[in-house]
Design a protein around this ligand. Structure first.
Ligand code: FAD
Ligand code: NAD
Length: 468
């Protein structure tokens, strides 16, 4: 029957599309409902992928401007950014990915219904798009509707001068200046994008550190790297309000001494976190319970209080990360199939795509201290890495936290070149309880950025480093 399914995923972000593919592989009749005309959700359209595309372009520009001369490459003063092409290339990267998703849906025989999904009851969903409306029936539903940007009191996002990450990824001209409220992941990534091409960027962060939820040493080191890009960083500063002045935006704040100040820039980007998105879903018609913070309540099987309805990704508790959403989408498909899948929430890596990149897995030093857990630290700087010297990427370090008793790896924190990729090996090691000694006894290709890990594990195990 045409509109009758085994499993319907509402939302086509990483949670929705990965779950739909897994459910189809397991033999179910599957549909995806997506309110936008392109698949891929926040991550593909206005998140991970476009942000990384702009980060890559601006890193090339920055290197050409600042480092080429040292490499002996002379541009004879001819360097210019074509902002329109810069944004157009990003749009091209997005469409390659969204087209790839259409292909994957077809290949896996997943029906795509474009429109806003709203529950009629726990087994029926209406899908509305313009004048068109369809009613779908399913044995199981998976809510994968993601998140939207949050704001703070006194700051109204008008998407013109007071913008979110979404608008900042599609500006039509290079801004001369930008204030960013929030020194978290979005704040530091987009500050990097714009500062590298010459925009005057000011970050206003409420706490006393950038990326404050990660190991504190990472925030300190990142601060130094971002200052080198001429980013002005105001820590321990409280934003009181923001105003659209027509051609500019102004922000009123209390600085760390409690002094009031006003700063003005072409745009004010609000990056103070995101909240679960459930507008229009009519969750009450299906009888679904929510948490106080607006997230959909789920148990450890990601099942809501209504037994045939599950929820995954940004709309439920846990870190708002694409790979977490993807893992949960797959998890739910397997749970529905009667399998016993597993997600280790302690070992979901967190990455920040600045340069140097920042990557982390497991416990931070602050968490271990708070829990009274004994640990040894092995720290190795990239300034001592031959590979990093060759590429002029000597900022940063690898820090491993290891239990003194058995050499269990408790946490790994990296700021340095390609940290996003280097962290993967430690995730495998921690998941399979490989010890610090095992980690330095395996062979690391030379010269690589990952060798810094070997030295950090050697130091944490009481031996000296072997690299210079
Ligand atoms: P989403 O990707 O948000 O998808 C939800 C989908 O549901 C959307 O397409 C929405 O239109 C649709 N939808 C909502 N309601 C309905 C409805 N009622 N009916 C039909 N459809 C509906 N994470 C990383 O891991 N790495 C990164 O590098 C990274 N970079 C980011 C950069 C930025 C600028 C931003 C904003 C986020 C970034 N993230 C990153 C976070 C990542 O994008 C999210 O964690 C991820 O997209 C969550 O996936 P999801 O499937 O839960 O939801
Ligand atoms: P975030 O939680 O990472 O950072 C928000 C920052 O804003 C925090 O540092 C917080 O202290 C600060 N803040 C809060 N209120 C403030 C105020 N009144 N004044 C000044 N600062 C204030 O949130 P985000 O950067 O908006 O990102 C949202 C989500 O998107 C995150 O959960 C993140 O995981 C995800 N994301 C991930 C990546 C990645 O994985 N590379 C990239 C971008 C976004």
């Amino acid at each position: 029957m045409e509109n009758q399914y085994d499993v319907i995923f509402i939302g086509s972000g990483p949670g929705g599309y990965s779950g739909a593919i897994r459910a189809s592989q397991l033999g179910y009749k599957v549909a995806i409902v997506e309110k936008y005309t392109t698949l891929g959700g926040t991550c593909t359209n206005v998140g991970c992928i476009p942000a990384k595309a702009l980060l890559d372009s601006t890193e090339h520009y920055h290197q050409a401007k600042e480092q080429f001369k040292t490499h002996g490459i002379n541009l004879n003063g001819e360097l210019a950014l074509d902002f329109t092409q810069f944004i157009r290339r990003k749009a091209g990267v997005i469409s390659q990915n969204t087209s790839g998703l259409i292909y994957l849906m077809k290949k896996n025989k997943i029906d795509v219904h474009q429109g806003l999904g709203s529950f009629l009851d726990s087994t029926h969903l209406t899908v509305s798009s313009g004048d068109k409306q369809a009613i779908l029936t399913s044995k199981y539903f998976v809510i994968a509707t993601g998140s939207k940007p949050s704001s703070i009191p006194g700051v109204i996002i008008d998407k013109k001068r007071i913008i979110t990450s979404t608008e900042s990824l599609s500006l039509t001209a290079q801004p001369k200046s930008m204030i960013i409220i929030g020194g978290g992941v979005i704040g530091v990534e987009l500050a990097s994008v714009y500062a590298r091409i010459g925009t005057e960027v000011t970050i206003i962060e409420y706490t006393d550190s950038l990326i404050p939820t990660m190991d504190r040493e990472l925030g300190k080191a990142l601060y130094k790297s971002l200052v080198k890009l001429n980013i002005k960083i105001l820590l321990s500063s409280k934003v009181q309000s923001a105003s659209n002045l027509g051609e500019a935006a102004s922000v009123k704040l209390l600085d760390k001494t409690g002094k009031e100040g006003i700063i003005t820039a072409e745009y004010c980007l609000v990056a103070v976190g995101r909240s679960a998105y459930t507008d229009g879903l009519n969750l009450d018609k299906a009888g679904i319970q929510m948490e106080k913070n607006g997230k959909v309540f789920v148990n450890n099987q990601l099942q809501t209080n209504v037994s045939n309805i599950y929820a995954v990704g940004d709309v439920v508790h846990g870190p708002m990360l694409a790979h977490k959403a993807e893992d949960e989408g797959t998890f739910v498909a397997e749970v529905i199939n009667g399998q016993k899948p597993h997600i280790n929430y302690n070992l979901i890596p967190g990455v920040v795509y600045t340069w140097p990149e920042v990557a982390s897995v497991g416990a931070t030093e602050e968490q271990l201290r708070a829990q009274g857990v004994e640990y040894r630290t092995g720290k190795f700087p990239y300034s001592a890495s031959a590979r990093a010297r060759a590429s002029m990427d000597t900022d940063g370090f690898v820090k491993v936290l290891v239990s003194p008793k058995y050499g269990e790896i408790l946490g790994v924190h990296i700021i340095g070149p390609r940290a996003a990729d280097v962290i993967a090996q430690s995730v495998v090691a921690m998941e399979h309880e490989v010890t610090a000694k095992d980690m330095f006894r395996i062979s690391y290709a030379h010269p690589t950025y990952s060798e810094a890990l070997k030295d950090a594990y050697l130091i944490a195990s009481g031996q000296g480093a072997i690299n210079i």
